[in-house]
Design a protein around this ligand. Sequence first.
Ligand SMILES: Cc1ncc(COP(=O)(O)O)c(C=O)c1O
Length: 441
Amino acid sequence: MPIPALELEASKAVSPLNGRKSGAAAPTLWSERFAQRTQRMTSSAIRELLKLTEKPDVISFAGGLPAPELFPCAEVERATEKVLRGQGQTALQYAPTEGYLPLRELLVRQMARYGIRVKPANVMITSGSQQGLDLVGKLFVNAGDHILTESPTYLGALQAWSAYQADYLTVPVDDDGLDVEKLEAQLRGGPKFLYILPNFQNPAGVTLSLERRRRLVELANHYGAPIVEDDPYGQLRYEGEHLPPLVQIDAELHGCAQQDCEFTGDVLYLSTLSKTLAPGLRIAWVVAPEAVISRLVQMKQGADLHTSTFCQMVAYEVARDGFLDRHVRKIREVYGERRNAMLGALERHFPHEVRWTKPHGGLFLWITLPSGFDSSELLKEALDKERVAFVPGASFFPRGGGERTLRLNFSYAGPEVIDEGVRRLGDVIKRKLAPSLYSQR
Ligand SMILES: Cc1ncc(COP(=O)(O)O)c(C=O)c1O
């Protein structure tokens, strides 16, 4: 049964009920034959509710969508023509699973600029980072294996790994990212690997401090636990200094930070062009030691043989010659303004009992409501009365909890819509707060 992706705008979500007018899906010969492992993968009431965000009068902060007006349509059009005219027969043919070499070389040069020194042989192109996560699950996860995640964490990873019957150990995050003080106790539980989002975490928007990055890598090394570092947002920083990725800190710890040193690190690194170019291209990559890449290649062959060569070649033509850098600068500017718009609107329209994170980059910020609130209940009222949507936080907690939390996206809507949506949401929250508790700022 396909799982609707909360990461997408809910209107685009795939649902078992899609295409039916109402009521339960009619049973078919297949209904009794779903694999046991799919039993945990159910559609939730929230997902059904979020489908209402497709209505034009709803302001949705629910999706994780980039701003479509920033998509480089003209550049993609030019690149498409160039690829088809010059190399059409290659672009439309089957190709090696590892991915288009010039694109992998370009990504290697890009990564070297932010501290990751690897060779093209350490890079495999995937159909989105989501596929990278799935292939990691396929390669490493046995039923009942424990994966150590932040709490909250990226829902798409849980969806990918729950299909392989993973269980989870969790460590809470605060404003400086994962709380390393609480890590050691969980590491003693013997996780298969750690799943960490150090930059502008989805969903909480927080960033792991340098000190904590070092401590995390040291502890993981000490306990012999490898790390999956998921970094879709690292380039989208709106304030503060770039921090070294875990994969770099790990290489330094192993005395291996030079270009000519073979990459044998214990950190698998994933990133994507979804947020810096366009998610519709479905181009992302995974960095791993060669021995792991060759096994991931086998996993990918079973999934899709290779990522669309045509899309890889177009992405390469668009990204080369400095365009990607210029484009990322533009995205940073626009999203930085939108983040400021949302932070300003929260100050203006939210009651002071509510707390929120102040992300230095990325696409999301995270709200904690006063005690007694349930953000799933709030969503019903917000949609019904004020036509505004968000994602309730509980789905991002692998082991339950988070009922008072919710995620807001600030990349999709412009500043005025953000202000209006936050005002509407603030009104719902204010109405729910008992008047005796509530005092207007
Ligand atoms: C943390 C994280 N990892 C992976 C992905 C998947 O990205 P892609 O579009 O490359 O599949 C997302 C998408 O929002 C994400 O937030």
